[in-house]
Design a protein around this ligand. Structure first.
Ligand code: MSP
Length: 488
């Protein structure tokens, strides 16, 4: 599992945090299913964008990118990102050897050419004439394009046209959602060109040296994309590489799909390496007016702010439940508060506290029982929908089903009224509540890890259970604690 690696030219906004929340959801989900997962993220430290921003601030580029890389790590920590690896492209020991090895492996497809092109520094991308709107790229309106005129190495991307079309059409490299796949196929058919893969060092000294040519450094994307393989040992640890490559999932935003769906698999094909299995392309987090959140527009929301104000689980829940993973969404604090109060406080929080109150009043231990058929049915459906939502890359559907199950357990309490029962009848209901909460702890772990752990803890279970684990042990002593969430 990988995310895109953010540029280290500015502090991250909530849109960047969103991507890592989606990825973390998936990584935790796969681990819950009993899979071994290596989840990788990192920073993209080279390129003209970082170099220019450092110049503007008047500090050395290395100092500048290190400062922002720290911010990236802190943001990922603040969202409880469970990544196993953090790759930095500025790391000349761990990243560069693999990148240079890959360069050599694709050198049969590299040739030198003098050319002139329009370049968007914001995207680190060369633009086609038809992509230029009022002299700018669509994603960075108002940002002057650079005219680049120099001699560079070109990568024979156009030679891979047919192979890429077959790879993507057949879903051997599966691109989701369908709209992103179609857009890529259309670009492949109509607009594929060879691409400059290096820069003259005299103009851009900040980059990985091209092997065998002291005058050139690599184009930032030619150095950044290979993080996906250098992180798992390409160029440094062949056993690790054999074990983990190809990646199961690359998750990225829609502005960089072309690099991941075209450049990257072409580079791998050229080097004779396996291509990743799937590319998930998420939408943009926009501001209230529907404009993409970005530093250049000045409409960014700070992730620390939101997490400090509302709590991590609430922010995670809002992103995963409210914004369809494969579409854009406008960030709305009203919606976030509304979902917090109804779905987290009322539906989930109340279920835990009322259930544990009842068990506590009956001796504080989980009684014996057999799981109720209608609850089991709803749980099985929730799990099925959650699994399907991962396959279909529409996580919000699966999460809605998990909450349907939680609501069903609440209805079960209302219907059975355990406070009016005693003896075996009461025990049966209390067992069902404890077992349901155990399943809820497992189901919610990828979404709201803190609350999920708290549920397990209050149930008297040491660790959040795996999806396929056995039912709750009779006699487990519950440890009723604080409310999961409080009303905003
Ligand atoms: N450095 C490149 C990625 C290289 S991957 C080998 C890059 N960096 S970025 O900082 O601009 O973006 C990092 C990720 O955040 C991208 O997937 C991008 O789409 C995503 N997002 C940036 N702004 C975003 C929103 N407003 N909303 C959602 N995702 C956002 O691209």
């Amino acid at each position: 599992m990988t995310t895109a690696i953010p540029y280290t030219n500015a502090n991250l906004h909530i849109g960047h945090a969103y991507e890592n929340i989606l990825a973390d959801f998936l990584a935790r989900y796969y681990r819950q299913q009993g899979n071994k997962v290596i989840f990788q993220t990192g920073t993209d430290d080279h390129g003209l964008k970082n170099y220019k921003s450092a110049k503007e601030e008047g500090i050395s580029t290395k100092k500048f990118v290190d400062k922002h890389a720290k911010n990236v790590e802190e943001v990922f920590k603040s969202i409880s990102s469970s990544h196993d690896q953090f790759v930095r492209t500025v790391d000349s020991k761990k990243h560069w050897p693999g990148v240079q090895k890959l360069w050599k492996a694709i050198s049969k497809d590299l040739y030198k050419k003098k050319y002139t092109a329009k370049y968007c520094v914001g995207c680190e991308n060369f633009l086609l004439a038809k992509e230029i709107v009022k002299g700018c790229c669509e994603i960075h309106p108002g940002k002057q394009l650079e005219i680049i005129s120099e001699e560079n190495y070109f990568f024979k991307l156009s030679d891979y046209k047919e192979k890429l079309i077959t790879l993507i059409k057949s879903d051997k490299y599966k691109i989701q959602p369908k709209a992103a796949k179609n857009e890529i196929l259309s670009f492949l058919k109509n607009d594929l060109r060879d691409v400059s893969f290096s820069r003259e060092k005299s103009r851009l000294p900040w980059g990985i040296p091209v092997p065998g040519d002291k005058k050139q450094v690599m184009y930032v994307w030619a150095d950044a994309l290979p993080n996906y393989i250098t992180g798992v040992g390409y160029g440094s640890n062949s056993n690790k590489f054999k074990k983990w490559w190809p990646a199961q999932t690359h998750i990225i935003g829609k502005d960089i799909s072309r690099f991941h769906a075209i450049y990257w698999p072409a580079m791998l094909l050229s080097a004779g390496l396996a291509t990743p299995k799937e590319l998930l392309v998420h939408g943009f987090i926009n501001d209230k007016k529907g404009r993409k959140m970005s530093k250049s527009i000045g409409n960014v929301i700070d992730p620390f702010d939101q997490i400090n104000t509302y709590g991590l689980d609430t922010v995670r829940y809002y992103f995963l439940r409210s914004i369809p993973s494969n579409q854009d969404g406008n960030y709305s604090e009203e919606d976030l508060i509304d979902r917090h109060n109804t779905e987290l406080v009322n539906t989930l929080g109340n279920l835990l506290s009322r259930s544990l109150n009842l068990i506590e009043k009956s001796g504080g231990k989980v009684p014996s029982g057999k799981f109720d058929i209608s609850l089991k049915k709803e749980y099985t459906q929730a799990l099925k929908n959650l699994n399907e939502s991962v396959t279909n890359f529409d996580f919000h559907h699966g999460i809605a089903s998990v909450w349907k199950f939680i609501a069903k357990v609440n209805q079960y309490v209302d219907k059975t009224k355990p406070w009016t029962l005693d003896g075996k009848k009461k025990e049966k209901v209390l067992y069902n509540l404890a077992e349901s909460l155990r399943l809820i702890s497992a189901l919610t772990y990828p979404i709201i890890p803190n609350a999920s752990e708290e549920i397990a803890k209050q149930l008297g279970i040491k660790k959040v259970p795996l999806i396929k684990s056995a039912s709750i042990k009779v006699g487990t002593k519950i440890k009723k604690g604080k409310h999961l969430f409080s009303k905003i």
